[in-house]
Structure formats: structure tokens, C-alpha cells
Design a protein around this ligand. Sequence first.
Ligand code: WT7
Length: 652
Amino acid sequence: MSASNQNITSVLKETRVFPPAAAFASAAHVPSPAEADRLRAWAESDPDAFWAEQAKMLDWFKPWTQVLDWSNAPHAKWFVGAQLNVAHNCLDRHLTNGRADKPAIIWEGEPGDTRTLTYKQLHAEVSRFANALKGMGVGKGDRVTIYMPMVPEAAIAMLACARIGATHSVVFGGFSADAVADRNNDAKSKVIITADGGYRRGKVVPLKANVDAALEKSPSVEKCVVLNRCNSPVTMKPGRDIWWHDAVLSADADCPAEPLDSEHPLFILYTSGSTGKPKGVLHTTGGYLLGAALTHKWVFDIKENDVYWCTADVGWVTGHSYIVYGPLANGATTVMFEGAPNHPKEDRFWEIIEKYKVSVFYTAPTAIRAFIKWGDQWPKGHDLSSLRLLGSVGEPINPEAWMWYHEVIGGGRCPIVDTWWQTETGAIMIAPLPGATPTKPGSATKPLPGISAEVVDKQGNPVPANAGGFLVVKQPWPSMMRTIYGDDERYKATYWSNYPGIYFTADGARRDDDGYIWVMGRVDDVLNVSGHRLSTMEVESALVNHPKVAESAVVGRPDDLKGEAICCFVTLKQGHAPTDELKAELKAHVAKEIGALARPDDIRFSETLPKTRSGKIMRRLLRDIAAGKQSTQDTTTLEDYGVLAKLREDEE
Ligand code: WT7
């Protein structure tokens, strides 16, 4: 064990424990600690048999000859030789198992328009759009960019790609034209699917205009499909652009699901890493779908009559796995919402829960902290008695927020599942099994059966209880990423070089005396701003792109609402004055270059940046300066901040 880790002992005071209620446990998919232990022991002693048994929850066209092929590690192959189709599993099989007329998607748009699609209707829409894509020359293996608002057509586009074996790359609608172009070019997308715009707090986000700018620099893209969402004016380029409604007009509603190899690439999803260039995380078919479906069933304890709502955007992995693929594979009813939690008023979420009788609700700590700030009167004005389980994802949830969620939203009766995972892991890795795992506010509790997550020191040895260390995963799992699209070397260097043969998460964590894992945050140069991942270098390159900026260093600082705020130290080129106007200009510049989610919170002008003798920017010092601002966070979070600082020092 490294010397520094020995010094890191948490003095965490959180001791509250919430065991599952007997009535909840007895009806749960995993109903007892004994059953959870049995599953864990089985997965550990015979992982192939364990995963083969779980994989029976999917429909396979052709069986596998081998469960896991790890011979070309760290590139895994799961369910070798098997064939299946994700859209078939999410749609077709439900038409013959009694769910044809069950709502698959209940959608609500920001202006209040609503739409329900049954499994039968969704199947028809997906088939039709899949044929439309085929008509544009999209085939198996082609890449398709999806840049859409939160409308059912976003899910339809994803499933249509899956149906014909095209690989989708969804780009969050809040990203800039440049970000869309970079992703188009990295994936060499053939087609892009977008909308005229999407609604955000009463305004129209001009998606098509961004696409027009992006396509100036995206030579691979031949066609652009445009959904008319907002009736806003757009320019349609003849020969390239086609309206969604025209594309499906003549398309046949019959499109058989293509049998695909278990390792066929299902999607690429770009996420920030330690460098300025986002990584195209590649997920494939069989293993990914198993991970999404199994965890959705176990962690959310999904039952036939649940109305399930995940508030994420399909532009993030949470939307992929827990709005679209996991819920639909399980034949569940998934709610999709286009708007913001405080538009038109601060009770929009609670209104939706009451209106659709949502029973399982999955959101992010940053949203929960905003609800606390807005006041209890908003949820208290609504009947939330339909809720039976609550989930949290994206960043550590502070015990205060956990308790408020439990009491005010859950009425003290709903288990909370704090789910730790990453774009790279494809599915939830560490979380309570709500009928079996007693919860503790602020801990994601234990790794799920089959997931060998551990907290280790720099040498890879497990750290003692309550000491800080690095979160790793020792054995491969079905929904793990397969590579970084087009960059196997970066894949190996980023995730597999710290500990040979072991997956490095880049998160700092500790394990308590009961073996519960407490994830503290990233130890690399990735920021977690309101649950969104952002690289400090991406923001730095955007800043130095500005003609007045000479140099910049970007660090995160603890923030009561966002978790982390973006703090930028900037040195200016000769002759430019460090004014407040320039600060505003730089903030707007970064938002335009990357997207609104990257808008800096603080800009601090500085004559020079502190550097080591070898010229490396002293980030730790800057983080300390940035954090020096008054913070009213609970002590737990501040304590974690100190432990993380130490771990980062080990990493740097
Ligand atoms: C990073 C992954 C996959 C979910 C959405 C974010 C942080 C995520 C938790 C949690 C503490 C969490 C980690 C992780 N994170 N969930 N429950 N507790 N931290 O996916 O954008 O790939 O970010 O989010 O730091 O590494 P992502």
C-alpha cells in the first residue's frame, strides 16, 4: 500500500441504515440478502454459467458457442457466435407475449403536448423508419448520427438503426455545431437525423441550424432527415435534406429485424476523457442489451404494471440504457419528457408523476438539490403516492439530499437506489438490490452480482476499510465497452494500463466496515458538472481558441447545486484588459464552442499560471484556490474533497 493512502482515513459520520421493508422485499425480484449472496457467490465461482443463465431473459436467433472470449483482452467478446436483434427484443417479442397494446412510451413535450405509443404502434413506427433509412442507402455497419430533442422519434430512430444493424451515435441536443461535426467526422456518419428544433424553457433550440453549420464540415454525411417538431423555419438543402414525414410516407411498415452477431456494434457514444478529444465509447449488441435489461429489472425491481420514468436525456448513456433499451427489453412502460423541471413552474416533475401515476422514478442529485432549494411546497402540492421506488445517478448524492428525497418525495416508504456506473460500463455496476440490500444515505452500496468492483491502492491491493483508493473492476462483464471507436490504443492506455488486466474507472472511492462502497468522484481531469462529464482540456482548448487568450487552466470546485463548478484561470495576450465584459465574452465563447453545459462559472484573470519546473501547470494549487471560496456543502462532501485531492496527487 502506498504511504499516502495510509494517511487517508475517513471520519465519515453517516451511520443511518434503511433496511428493505418486508412487504417490498417479499415481492421483489431479488427478495433477500441470502438470494443476493447466492447470486454473487455463483457469479464469482462460475461466471460463464451465471451469465449464460441470465442471458435467457433475451430472445436469441442463434445460440452462442462460448459465453466469454477474453483471449484478445482487453477487447471482450460475449456470447460468441450467437445472433440476436435489439429491436426484436425491445419490440417484436412483446407483440406475442400479451404486451401489444401496453403503452411502451408515454411522452410529454415541454409545451404540454402528449403522446402514448403502444408496443404495437412503436413497432410499426420503428419498422417504417427503418425502411426509410434503408431507402437512403443505410445498411448494416453504417453509422448514423442522431441529434434530436426528447421526442419519441429519438427512440424510434435509435431502434430503427438497431433493427437494420446500423450503428447510432446520439449527440446530446445541447452540444454545439462544432461538437456535432467532430462526432460526425470521427464516426464517418453517413446520415444525420435531427429536428427543426426542440423546446427548452419556452424557447426553441435551433437544432437544424446547428446541423447546417456542422454539415459544412462533415464530408461523410450524405443525407439529413429532419423531424418537424416546432414548426420553426428551416432551410432544406435539396438532394441532402428530407423531412421525416416525407421519408416515412412511402415506407413499408414491414421490416424484418436483421439477425446480428452478438458483437455487432450497436452504438457509439462520445464522452469526455482527460484530453480535449471526446472518446467514442463503443457498445455492441448481446452483452450490452443483457446488462441494460438485467440491471433495469433487478435494480428498479420492474413489474408488469410499473410506470417507470427516467428523467435523463437520450443524448447520455442513462437515456440509452434506462429510457430506451433496458425498459423496452423488459416490456415496461417508459415515460419520456422533453422539458425542464422548472418550466413553466417548479412542480413540473411532480405534476407528471401525479398525472401518469409514475411508480419508479430515476433522477440525478443535481436535480434533487435544486428541488430542495425551490422548496417543499412544490412536491407537497401533488399526490406522489404512486411512487414505490426512487433512483439516483450521475454523481455522488450527499446524505442531506438523500434524506430529503427519501422523506419528501418517497414519503419515507420508497427504497432509494443510488446507482454507480459510467458510459463505459454500459449498465449499472454498483447499486442496492432494493429487496435485499439495506441502504445508507450517500453510498451506492455493493457491486451487483457478477460485478467484481474493488477499491485498491496504487499497487492494486485492496485498501483497508474506510481508506480512500481507486475504484476498479477486476473481471470483464457483458455490457462493458469494447473499445474506443477507431482508437484501440487509447482504449488500452486509458482503462487498462494502470493495472494490467483490470479495468480502471478513474473514480476515487472507499469501502466501509460493512463492505459498502462510497464513490467520491473523479481522480482524472474529468469534471462532473450537474452529472455531466466534461474534460478540463476541452474547456481549455475552447478558451485558447479565443483571440485574446494566451493560456488557460481549468479546474473544478465544489458547488452546492452542480456538484462541481467550472473555474477557469486565464492569462491574456498583450494589450487586452481583464474586464468583466471580457469575462462574459469568454463564458459565451466556451458555451458556443462546446455547448451550454460547458459555460464556465468563474473566469479568473491571472498574470501567469503556477507551473512546476518542468512546465506542468500546478492543478492542485489551482483547485485549492478555486475551492477557497465559501462553500456551505455538508461536511461529508468537503471531507471527500480532501481525500480526492490526495488521490489525485497519487495519479498526477
Ligand atoms: C461518472 C460517469 C452512467 C451514469 C451517468 C453518468 C460519476 C455516476 C454515480 C454515483 C457517484 C457517480 C462517476 C463516474 N457517477 N454515477 N451513483 N455516485 N458518482 O455517466 O457521464 O459516463 O459519468 O459519473 O464519477 O465515473 P458518465
